[in-house]
Design a protein around this ligand. Structure first.
Ligand code: NAD
Length: 451
């Protein structure tokens, strides 16, 4: 028996007791774990910072565990308490929702928010009575060590949550060994996971890449638009699925917008290199090559870099050099360039001037992706444009709200993903199969049965 099959067998044998222990008990177990995470916060942050080269966002990832457990606990309690007997359209029949856990959930996660994305599906799945096998990214091996220790400190949790290390082969074996797969990563790997899940006949919840657009409409508050677009496109060094990568600015305000964006971009320094630097390195050095290639090809085709643009290499923690890129603003771009059509996943904002809102919406939708986006402008016009975008989560007069307002249920459009919402109450309900018990209150031989 392989290591994965043996772990999967152990997790399956623990499943019934975990389900029968009840939601209040599961909440209590996860709350105990959140306490342990709090006690081990410094170790977890330090390991994650070694993996990723950034500290503040590592703190944010670790602290997210506590809020995620608390929020999901409230929703789990509500959802399970809501499974009561109800009347039906037949006055003699009642309906009782009696859902059951999906079983063993496999989680396969990427490197951009390594800890948070390893747990974002695991926490709701556990609360809803599933057992969970997680394979975090092989690019960030350090944080898993203290994380595993926090789980081991809560034996009841250790029986139902397991982390395995490994690369694509291990991921592929997980798909073959579980009852549902939660995959976060690239479209290319997502396609392989979807095909393997179809072969194994298990559902695959896929959260994939994007090419998010920001629209700057006439009358937009340029202070808000400049600062929002800059942060939304470069936070975590642009290594975020909901990072803004394309900006469509309606003609009339483009010069001021671009000048201010370039000026502000130039003021954001590098972590460990500049005083008060805020932008960390590329977590996966190979991504720097992808970004550099896209930039060079765009420039070759006529694009103009107005801020940043050059990958730099620095050793800021004595662990070897890592690639960095200062916030980069590029203009004179069009949709013949990979920079406007392929996921960049770096701190690059490509700004295109358009004639009107209509053209901004059309170009924003001219993509194979459909994850999220942002619209800046007067309230009514911005909301109207937002509802015409082919993407799952649109922020109006703000950015990346889909990642910050957890109750907003949304799904990925087009090739950005597949499956139910990972946000809101659906983030939990997706981990149970709906079973209904239909009860005839006064048993009788029905007139439509055989006579
Ligand atoms: P990736 O697809 O290269 O790898 C993701 C995970 O899949 C890793 O753990 C890897 O080991 C595993 N894997 C690789 N081949 C596999 C296979 N054949 N079968 C099973 N598992 C396999 O992605 P990455 O480069 O680590 O992450 C970056 C990507 O993730 C970007 O495209 C980004 O947009 C996307 N992402 C999406 C979201 C979202 O919520 N939509 C969030 C974060 C990141």
């Amino acid at each position: 028996m392989s290591e994965i099959s043996s772990i999967a067998a152990d997790l399956r044998s623990a499943a019934q007791a975990w389900d029968e222990s009840g939601v209040e008990h599961r909440i209590e177990v996860l709350a105990q774990w959140a306490e342990v995470v709090g006690e081990r916060r410094d170790d977890l942050v330090a390991a994650l910072a070694r993996d990723t080269g950034r500290v503040a966002l590592s703190e944010m990832e670790v602290d997210w565990i506590r809020t995620s457990v608390a929020r999901s606990a409230t929703w789990a309690r509500e959802l399970i308490a809501g499974e009561t007997e109800r009347p039906s359209s037949d006055p003699g029949v009642t309906l009782t929702a009696a859902s059951v856990p999906m079983g063993l959930v496999g989680v396969i996660s990427p490197w951009n928010f390594p800890l948070q994305l390893a747990l974002i599906d695991a926490v709701p799945a556990l609360l809803m009575g599933c057992t969970v096998l997680v394979k975090p990214t092989e690019q960030c091996p350090e944080f898993v060590v203290p994380l595993r220790e926090t789980v081991a400190a809560v034996p009841e949790l250790a029986a139902v949550l397991h982390f395995v290390e490994g690369g694509p082969e291990t991921g592929a074996e997980i798909v073959r060994s579980v009852d549902v797969v939660c995959f976060t990563g690239s479209v290319a790997t997502g396609r392989k996971v979807a095909a393997a899940a179809a072969e194994a006949f298990v559902p695959a919840f896929l959260e994939l890449g994007g090419k998010d657009a920001a629209l700057v409409l006439p009358g937009a508050d340029l202070d808000v638009a400049v600062e929002g677009v800059l942060w939304g496109g470069t936070a975590n060094t642009g290594q975020s699925c909901m990072s803004l990568e394309r900006v469509y600015v309606v003609r009339g305000q483009e010069e001021e917008f671009l000048a201010r964006l370039a000026e502000r971009a130039a003021q954001i320094g590098l972590v460990g290199v500049d005083e008060d630097g805020q932008l960390g390195p590329f977590i996966d050095p190979r991504q720097a090559d992808v970004v550099a290639r896209q930039l060079a090809a765009a420039v070759e085709a006529g694009a103009r870099v107005v801020a940043g643009g050059q990958v730099e290499h620095h050793d800021v923690d004595g662990r070897g050099t890592r690639p960095f890129l200062r916030p980069t603003v590029v203009t004179d771009v069009d949709h013949t360039m990979d920079l406007m059509t392929e996921e960049t996943f770096g701190p690059v904002l490509a700004v295109m001037v358009v004639e009107d809102t209509e053209e901004a919406v059309r170009l924003a939708n001219d993509t194979v992706y459909g994850l999220s986006g942002a619209v800046f402008g007067p309230h009514d016009e911005a909301q109207a444009a937002a509802t015409r975008l082919q993407a799952g989560g649109i922020s109006v007069n703000d950015v990346c709200l889909t990642g910050m307002v957890p109750e907003g249920e949304k799904q990925a459009f087009r090739i950005s993903g597949m499956g139910p919402s990972r946000m809101g109450r659906a983030s939990l309900s997706r981990f149970r199969r709906q079973r209904v018990v239909l009860t005839r209150l006064a048993p009788q031989v029905q007139p439509w049965w055989y006579r």
